[in-house]
Design a protein around this ligand. Sequence first.
Ligand code: 5AD
Ligand code: SF4
Length: 484
Amino acid sequence: MSKKTIVNPKLYEIIENAPEEEVSRQEYFIEKLRDEVEIREKRLGRKLKCMVNTFGCQMNARDSEKILGILEKAGYEEAEDEKHADFVIYNTCTVRENANNKVYGRLGYLGSLKKKNPDMIIALCGCMMQEEHVRDKIKESYRYVDLVFGTHNIFKFAELVVNSIYTNKQVMEVWDSTDKIVEELPIVRKYSFKSGINIMFGCNNFCSYCIVPYVRGRERSRKPEDIINEIKTLVNDGVTEIMLLGQNVNSYGKGLDNPISFAELLGQITKIEGLRRIRFMTSHPKDLSDELIEVMASLPKICKHLHLPVQSGSTEILRVMNRKYTKEQYLKLVDKIKAKIPDISLTTDIIVGFPGETEEDFDETIDLVNKVQYDSAFTFIYSKRTGTPAAKMDNQVPEDVVSKRFDRLLKVVQEISSERMKKLTGGTVEVLVEEINSQLEGYVTGRLENNSIVHFKGEHNLIGQYVNVKLDECKGFYYIGSMV
Ligand code: 5AD
Ligand code: SF4
C-alpha cells in the first residue's frame, strides 16, 4: 500500500522548515530524502539502488554527475542496471528526434519494471522536458513517471524528489528560464582525474535548425572566480585534466558585471598549479578571436585540439542556417589557426540534408572537408525540430537523397581522419590513462592531447597517470600502442 496522500501534512512540515538560502535548502532536502531512504531500507532489508541514464552532450554528462552526487549523498548506491534500481532517472537530450524516440521506447520498459517494484521512482529531466509537447505526452501516456523537471531547476533536484515522494501525483516542474546558477551541491565524478566544468549555460545564436536556445535558454556566464575556485577544488581532489563546457565558449564573459574574454579566462586557469591539461568545447567559428588563437599557441597546458563545428560548406546553406559566416571566412579562419598552431587537431560537426540543400551545396561541404582535413568529424542527418525556423521550411530533402549524401560524406571524413592519424604512427606521445579496456584483456585506454585514443598493455594502477606511449599501429579511429 502506498503511504502517499494527496495533501500530506509531513510534506507541509518539511517545506515550512526549509531554509531559504538555496544551497542550505537543498542540503536540507537531501537530509530529508536520506530519512526516507533509511525508512525504505529498513522495510526492504537492503540498500536502495539508483540509476542515472544520460543522453546527449557533455553538459548533460556533467549534470548527471550532480544528480548522482545528490542521490549518493541521500544514501542510494549505484545499480548495475535499471532492473535492480529503486530510482531511475533519464537525463534527456532533444537535439535530434531519434534521441526523443529512444526515451519513449525505454519508458515503456521502465513501466513494466515499476509494476514489479511499485516503490520504484521514475524521474525525467534534461532538454527534452523543456518541450511542451513532450510534457503533454508524459502527462497523458506515461502516468507512472513520478517526477519531471527541466534544465533550469536541476539544482532543485533533492527538493523535487522529496515533493514527489510525499505527493501521490506526478510532479512536473519545468521552468522557462532562470538567472540562478547554483553549483555548490554534492557531485560524483565519473573519473577521479578528469572533469567537465560548466563555464556558461544556454545559447543566443538561434541557428535555424537548432532547439538548444529554446530548451537551454539565453547565454549566462559563471563568474571567473567561481570557475577558478571550482577548478582549484577539483585539482586538490586529484583532477589534472579539465574540459570547460558551454554551447559557445567563445562568447564567454560578455554579460558579466566585469566582462572578461574566454582567452583571458584561459590565461587565469592555466596558472592553477597541478592542472596539466585544459580542453574546451564548443567553439562557434563566428566568435573565435585572434586572442584565443594566440593563447592556445602560447600556453602549453591548453590541448591543441579545437572542435569547430562548420555544419555545412555551402555559403547559401550557412546563411539560411543563420551561422553568420561564409565558407570562405571559415576556411580563412582555419588557415589562420593552422599557421599559428601547426600541430592543431581540428574536429567538427556537419549536418547533411538541411532544407533546400542541393547537390551543389553538398559538393561544397565535401570540398570544405577536403580542404580543412579534419582529424575527425561528427556527421548528422538533419532532424526536424518542432519550434525551430527550419522545421517550417517546405523544401525538406528526401530521405533517400540525404542517406546517399550522408554515406558519401562519411567515407570522405573517415579516409581523411585515418590519413591524419597515420601521420603520428610510429611516434611516441604522452597520454593520460583513462580506463581498463573492456574489449582487450590486459589493455588500458589512454587519451592523447589531440583527443585521439590509444589502447596499450597496462594495469589498473596506471589509471589517472600520464605515460609515454609509442603508437605502433593505426586502426582507423584509434591506435594500438605500447608503453615506453
Ligand atoms: N539536426 C541534426 N543535427 C543537429 N545538430 C543540432 N541540431 C540539429 C538538428 N536539428 C547538431 C549540430 C550541432 C551538434 C551538437 O548537433 O551539428 O553542432
Ligand atoms: Fe545550437 Fe547554434 Fe547554439 Fe550550437 S550555436 S547550440 S548549433 S543554436
